[in-house]
Design a protein around this ligand. Structure first.
Ligand code: NAD
Length: 340
């Protein structure tokens, strides 16, 4: 299947690399709007570069080989992944309608941009054959993974989560905070609760979000009230077998921070030190009153949504009819935690 990546930034370049590793799809081209170092990376990695029609000359003056306009790229694709900045995707939708192409949008877009908000572990089957699918944001993906696993195993009555957000991605030089803890947003619930409900509408959930001066990862303190009585071991056992969740032992291995987690990913030689799995600190899992589970989890914002984008392609194009089949191909090809 021919996949076009519209927007080759933090998310787009990772999706392009992930698509390239799949046995059943290929990247036919990526788009850039500025002739910067990321455009250079695209060329050096062998991706065909497409740019807005009125910028072809500018890119060529910078020495880039341009294959054509963004419209031309969309025209030859079986599916488009829109990974442009938040809000641009909605504007691009007319283009996808014009060329009659299915498209995947990212979490920065409003949920109404798509027929369905998507997370592979929650609602893969509902996205099969859909035209427009939105892969929810990094924080929402992390919340959905833990909620959906505990929901299937024990039933979930209600959720409360405190989200400590990274202030910016590592490459961003104009975002902050640099020296503050920001109420982000200054009201409760934050939009993440509504976003979780865009995929799992029946889950009562409230969220609070604060932005802090770091670029590495988000941290969530999650409290979930279950329908059944459990103990800590029940939770560990279920998470150990679950796809896309990595249990980390903070005390035993000295991994008590996002910095050490990222160092671990760097030491393992993971591409761009990515951690697409949700991290759950095993030591923090605690059960009170039999049914209330509290834990701390970590979200690598730049990469957690990448596997879900790959699965969304298979769902839309009906390449796999069961989530588990698509997720296995995705996770095996990306070298993620082995759960199958
Ligand atoms: P980014 O700014 O890193 O990359 C966006 C890319 O789109 C850039 O290469 C830019 O040149 C290009 N672009 C800009 N305008 C364009 C246009 N009109 N047409 C084509 N390309 C255009 O952004 P990002 O962080 O990769 O975010 C992309 C989407 O993914 C957003 O919806 C965001 O909310 C979502 N998302 C981001 C993260 C994250 O941590 N960065 C995590 C999950 C989801």
């Amino acid at each position: 299947m021919k996949v076009a990546i519209n927007g080759f930034g933090t998310i787009g370049k990772r999706i392009a690399d992930a698509v390239s590793k799949q046995p059943d799809m290929e990247v036919i081209g990526v788009s850039k709007t500025r002739p910067n170092y990321e455009a250079l990376v695209a060329i050096e990695k062998g991706y065909k570069l497409y740019v807005p029609k009125d910028k072809i000359k500018k890119f060529e003056e910078h020495g880039f080989e341009v294959r054509g306009s963004i419209e031309e790229l969309i025209n030859i694709a079986d599916i488009v992944i829109d990974a442009t900045p938040a809000g641009v995707g909605a504007k691009n939708k007319n283009l996808y309608i014009k060329f009659n192409k299915p498209a995947i949008f990212q979490g920065g877009e409003k949920s109404k941009v798509a027929d369905i908000s998507f997370n592979a572990m929650c609602n893969y089957e509902k996205a099969i054959g859909k035209r427009y699918v939105r892969v929810v944001s990094c924080n929402t993906t992390g919340l959905l993974r833990i909620i959906s696993i505990l929901e299937k195993a024990f039933g979930v009555k209600r959720v409360f989560a405190t989200i400590i957000r990274r202030g910016a991605d590592p490459k961003e030089i104009k975002k902050g905070p640099i020296n503050a803890i920001v109420l982000d947003p200054p009201h409760i619930p934050s939009h993440h609760a509504l976003d979780v409900q865009s995929v799992l509408p029946h889950i009562p959930i409230s969220t609070v979000a604060l932005a802090v001066p770091t670029t590495l990862m988000h941290i969530h303190v999650v409290r979930i009230e279950l329908s059944k009585e459990v103990n800590e071991k029940d939770i560990v056992d279920i998470l150990e077998k679950s796809p896309r969740i990595l249990l980390v032992e903070a005390e035993k291995y000295g991994v008590k921070s996002t910095a050490e987690l990222i160092e671990w990913a760097r030491d393992l030689g993971r591409s761009r030190y990515d951690i697409p799995e949700l991290i759950v600190w095993m030591d923090t899992i605690s059960v009170t009153d039999g049914k209330i589970v509290t834990l701390i989890q970590g979200v690598h914002q730049e990469s957690i949504v990448i596997p879900d984008n790959i699965d969304a392609i298979r769902a839309i194009l009906k390449i796999a009819t069961r989530a588990i089949d698509s997720m296995r191909i995705t996770d095996e090809s990306l070298g993620l935690k082995r759960w199958w």
